[in-house]
Design a protein around this ligand. Structure first.
Ligand SMILES: *Cc1c(COP(=O)(O)O)cnc(C)c1O
Length: 356
């Protein structure tokens, strides 16, 4: 099977084996050692020396954690979105009673920092800005560094909550250097680990907001996660098997190195785009903002994405992501984590045959 959806992604053999280890007590020393190692190694890729939480939840729970721990009902929030996952962040903030102003960009287009700047100036102040680093639904990567400058220049500067669920580990985002107050990722994306863990950094500005935040929370309360985290434990039973996996995948990633990991994804991203163009496919995302973890591929005239996806599955055992644009025939090909050129060559070959 060639699993080319943008998460969950394939596991390397040693990670697969690690996941099958016997359960241990999550209150025992052996667990604490593993959890401490996982948290420290995550920090390398979040590029933070501050607090980092590894929570048992999918990525969406990480987004919810960011919101409920920093905001109160009625707080003004600027929700910047260029796709399905940006819209999800918006919906979570609304569900908890934030006063949300949406700033949306068409699917395939990046977030325009100038538009964010104008909105902050004309419609501010806002308590927080929600942004997506890598919009998985469109294969678009936003310029978080520039956005962070624009957001921090507002007076008063809102909190910056960034969904980097499908980018981090492969596309750099410097939590400390860029002042990203809460940065969120998910184990099943670029981390080569099973689904079930959300990772999230939380800085001093975020803790100051936490003190005043009145949104309801229990399972996702970071105050309680912090108390247990200081002992290298979690408040409730964690996903031990996924943690085993993440422990091993992080060892691989740390061995490879932060920048080398990013460069490998730049290479595989470019390889995917060129290979698709070579067989007559198109690229959906705006040029200059192509994601290096997932490519949105438009199909030649006359081919429907549903039919192509099901042929890829039935005839080639290849699994790609569906179109998120109702009016565009496209498929999404994941190339994050444990992936090599040959995995993509198989997709090129199959697509060429299907559309040939
Ligand atoms: C996958 C993804 C999510 C949701 O993560 P789940 O683990 O499915 O909850 C959110 N945002 C982005 C950008 C994603 O790629």
């Amino acid at each position: 099977m060639n699993l080319r959806i943008p998460g969950p992604t394939p596991l390397p053999p040693d990670v697969l084996q690690a996941v099958g280890q016997q359960m241990i007590s999550h209150r025992a020393v052996a667990f604490e050692a593993m959890f401490a190692e996982v948290v420290e190694n995550c920090k390398v890729f979040f590029e933070t020396e501050g607090d980092l939480f590894v929570m048992t939840s999918s990525g969406t729970g990480g987004m919810e954690t960011a919101i409920v721990n920093t905001l109160s009902p009625g707080d003004r929030v600027l929700a910047v979105s260029c796709g399905v996952f940006g819209d999800r962040f918006t919906k979570i903030a609304k569900a908890y009673g934030a006063d949300v102003q949406a700033l949306s960009f068409p699917l395939g287009q990046p977030v325009d920092p100038a538009a964010v700047e104008t909105t902050l100036r004309e419609d501010g102040p806002f308590s927080a800005v929600l942004v997506t680093q890598n919009e998985t639904s469109a294969g678009v990567t936003n310029d978080i560094e520039t956005l962070s400058r624009v957001i921090h220049a507002a007076d008063p500067a809102p909190l910056m909550l960034v969904d980097a669920i499908s980018g981090l580990g492969a596309i750099r985002c410097q939590a400390d250097a860029w002042g990203v107050d809460v940065l969120i990722s998910g184990s099943q994306k670029a981390w080569m680990a099973p689904p079930g863990l959300a990772m999230l950094s939380f800085n001093d500005r975020a803790w100051a907001a936490y003190e005043k935040a009145r949104m309801p929370r229990y399972y996702f309360d970071l105050g309680s996660a912090k108390k247990y985290g200081d002992k290298h434990q979690t408040p409730a039973t964690p996903n031990v098997a996924a943690l085993y996996g993440l422990q091993y995948s992080l060892r691989r990633m740390v061995d490879e190195g932060l920048q080398a990991c990013a460069e490998r994804h730049q290479h595989i991203g470019a390889y995917c785009r060129q290979g698709m163009l070579d067989i007559g496919m198109g690229l959906f995302a705006a040029e200059g903002y192509y994601s290096n973890t997932v490519t949105a591929v438009t199909l030649p005239e006359g081919f429907g994405s549903k039919a192509v996806l099901s042929k890829l599955q039935s005839d080639y055992d290849i699994y790609c992501g569906s179109s998120k644009a109702p009016d565009v025939e496209m498929i999404r090909v994941g190339h994050m984590g444990y992936v090599c050129e040959r995995d993509l060559d198989e997709v090129f070959q199959a697509l060429a045959e299907i559309t040939g």
